[in-house]
Design a binder for this molecule. Structure first.
Ligand SMILES: *[C@@H]1O[C@H](CO)[C@@H](O)[C@H](O)[C@H]1NC(C)=O
Length: 286
């Protein structure tokens, strides 16, 4: 009697364990598997998407977070990136390597908006939708150089941000990096302090490209860039790209869809990761 009770318990336990194992063995593949490609902002890297990557992975969709040149764990050094085309190369090579029949959801954040704009111009047929997350979004009226000038001129010289002038003080700066205080006050004020701490250890300098270089490299056409479905996600409490400036870019170059994240600082992937993930999925599924 005792023995059969024991055996029954054992069988039940094994069944339970196998259920747990089935749910732990990873997400089911969704019927139509999407591929999200995430592009970071200035001085940041693929690492800044760690929460978004985890959320997308859990749904069974595919996710690739890239390091642009000299960012994250990319082996290039800042002086090896004098041209914007050098900076964008990892994304361009990745887009070129995609199979002809694969369309990705291309997500650009902050300065990453320039990188995805270039990719939209070069590979429009490989993009299902381009999503600008509180990003620089150039267009025919407000071009990339104007947007960069407007958004950077007030920001770069503040607090403990560091610029180098390797061609002499009479010339424009050569490199730029965010300081810990500036990160805390302007990028991460509404984000968990752990994410700020992570950022202070991982940011790397970017090459400070001239407005001329930006104008030459980011040339967008209606035929290519204009043919890609486009969405914008506004970060409402952004202290770098202010809500009004985000609205101006939207107004001058209207995307197909506009969404907003309330209570987000300049780092929606850190301060409002769940809301950002939900919006990315909603836009991708439209
Ligand atoms: C850049 O911005 C500054 C300050 O707003 C402005 O005075 C200057 O004319 C702008 N330069 C260009 C080339 O747009």
């Amino acid at each position: 009697m005792e023995k059969s009770k024991f055996l029954t318990s054992l069988v039940v336990l094994i069944l339970l364990l196998s259920c747990v194992n089935a749910t732990m063995s990873g997400p089911k593949r969704p019927k139509t598997r999407k591929h999200f490609v995430l592009v970071h902002g200035a001085c940041h890297g693929a690492w800044s998407w760690y929460k978004t990557m985890a959320s997308i992975k859990t749904t069974g969709h595919k996710v690739t977070a890239l390091d642009l040149a000299g960012a994250g764990v990319n082996p290039r050094q800042v002086f090896q990136i004098p041209h914007l085309s050098d900076y964008f190369r990892p994304l361009m090579e990745f887009m070129a390597s995609l199979p002809a029949d694969e369309k990705v959801i291309l997500v650009g954040y902050s300065l990453g908006g320039f990188a995805i704009s270039k990719a939209m111009e070069s590979f429009p047929e490989k993009i299902l939708v381009a999503i600008f997350v509180t990003a620089l979004m150039p267009g025919p009226i407000l071009d990339a150089a104007t947007i960069f000038n407007e958004s950077s001129s007030g920001a770069i010289f503040k607090l403990d941000n560091r610029l180098t002038f390797d061609n002499g003080l009479a010339n424009p700066p050569t490199t730029f990096i965010f300081g810990p205080k500036y990160l805390a006050s302007y990028l991460y004020p509404l984000s968990p302090i752990q994410d700020w701490a992570l950022a202070t250890t991982l940011v790397r300098p970017i090459y400070f490209h001239s407005l001329d270089e930006i104008s030459k490299e980011i040339v967008l056409s209606n035929k290519n860039y204009g043919s890609v479905r486009r969405a914008y996600i506004v970060a409402a409490e952004d202290k770098i790209l202010k809500k009004e400036f985000q609205q101006l870019m939207i107004e001058k170059n209207p995307p197909d869809q506009v969404e907003k994240i309330l209570g987000s600082d300049h780092m929606p992937m850190m301060s409002k990761p769940r809301q950002l993930f939900t919006l990315l999925m909603r836009i991708a599924n439209k």
